[in-house]
Design a protein. Structure first.
Length: 407
């Protein structure tokens, strides 16, 4: 098993922090009581869960009663969308974007088969929304607007509060998938226009399988998982106590390191990005260069396949990605980059590097040392470097239907 690697795929998942592991281990062994039990042994576990809830609310700038622990981002997105619709059965319109995570897009596509109308907002070449298009799409029949805070592939950050102000004028529920944003952007839900917000523990150095859903006090919420009366009846089932403890500790550490870590990650990201685009010809940054996460860069290398780049990086012990981990294995280009209208020469050769507070200068140095050689070698093997028309014809050969932004 490969242990020593240069890990630049933190938007897919993060390393679990050592302090987080230390906090959760006792709840896998010594403190195994059910937090809902009446006896003292279970009660002490319940108190620890409440403490974790306070830690999460502190990170979000929310109140304790507004947090529901979930299994992660996918459950949180599903629960928020379905709850908003169940609370407004008379409304049958949803607004989202073409660049959402599959946890949102898949639900919306299913809802279309059940009689709902879904508007998919477009993005420009930098991955940004047109707020006038949003305004034109809102009606009195709009039940829900669900838009991500920051894109997982490009790091582009949307103007969430401006969006929220427009949504409120029409009385729709505003849900935000903030899985990539929490821990990288300061949050203050008490002063926000957001009604529901999703986060996932494994994006902030907690384990996989734990997350949280913020539901603003007063927003009607119908639970997706029914069972016991845990979490005020909003999510049935005995709580994942070790995961919750870990999430709480991770949230506490994110608050502690947020400013320092994001400044440092941005410096490393910018050095990596600027050096690559100045030393390697025919490459460019995908997405808004200003309004984006501090840890993320998505770079398109013309005339070669992203998969080939990733395999070559892997041989050097470097982990990166060509898009969302939830769609890896698909031969289709990224739906996010397609929605941005990028040319085929960039579309197929785009690589995402995503950093964390554990990323070092030495690791960036190593990537910068090997990348020019990798790109030069792959382009020498590619028949398309000297035949851009041939490349275009080959890429278009997958068919217009497969390249549709909503495929």
């Amino acid at each position: 098993m490969q242990k020593n690697c240069i890990y630049l795929d933190n938007n897919a998942t993060t390393k679990v922090g050592s302090e987080v592991v230390e906090a959760m281990v006792p709840y896998l062994s010594d403190y195994y009581g059910n937090p809902s039990s009446m006896h003292t042994f279970g009660g002490q576990v319940g108190k620890a869960v409440n403490q974790a809830r306070r830690q999460v609310t502190a990170l979000l700038g929310a109140d304790e009663s507004e947090i529901i622990f979930t299994s992660g981002g996918t459950e949180g997105d599903n629960a928020a969308i379905r709850a908003a619709l169940l609370a407004q059965p008379e409304k049958r319109h949803i607004i989202t974007t073409l660049v959402e995570h599959p946890a949102v897009l898949s639900v919306c596509k299913q809802l279309e088969t059940q009689g709902y109308t879904v508007t998919y907002l477009s993005v420009n070449s930098q991955g940004q929304l047109d707020l006038d298009e949003l305004e034109a799409s809102l009606t009195g029949n709009t039940a829900l607007v669900t838009i991500m805070y920051a894109n997982n592939e490009t790091g582009v950050v949307f103007p969430i509060e401006q969006i929220g102000l427009r949504v409120k004028e029409y009385g729709a529920v505003f849900h935000v998938d903030a899985v990539q944003a929490v821990g990288k952007i300061p949050m203050n839900m008490n002063a926000s226009t957001v009604d529901m917000l999703t986060l996932s523990g494994h994006k902030i150095h907690a384990p996989k399988g734990i997350g949280a859903l913020y539901v603003r006090r007063g927003v009607r919420f119908r639970p997706m998982i029914l069972g016991g009366s845990q979490q005020r009846g909003r999510r049935g089932g005995t709580e994942n106590v070790p995961g919750i403890i870990a999430l709480g500790k991770a949230a506490e550490l994110e608050m502690l390191y947020l400013e320092e870590a994001t400044t440092r990650e941005k410096r490393l990201r910018d050095r990596l990005e600027q050096t690559l685009i100045t030393t390697i010809p025919d490459c460019e940054v995908n997405g808004d260069p200003t309004h984006r996460l501090p840890n993320t860069t998505n770079i398109g290398f013309k005339y070669i396949e992203g998969e080939a780049i990733l395999l070559s990086l892997n041989q050097h012990g470097i982990c990166a990605s060509s898009g969302s981990a939830c769609t890896s294995g698909s031969l289709e280009p990224s739906h996010v980059l397609r929605a941005m209208g990028l040319p085929y020469t960039i579309l197929h050769g785009s690589i995402r590097f995503s950093l964390s507070r554990y990323t070092t200068d030495a690791e960036i140095d190593e990537v910068l040392a090997v990348m020019p050689g990798i790109i030069e070698r792959l382009r020498a093997l590619s028949p398309f470097k000297s035949d851009a028309a041939g490349w275009l014809q080959e890429m278009q050969g997958v068919g217009n239907e497969e390249l549709g932004v909503r495929s």
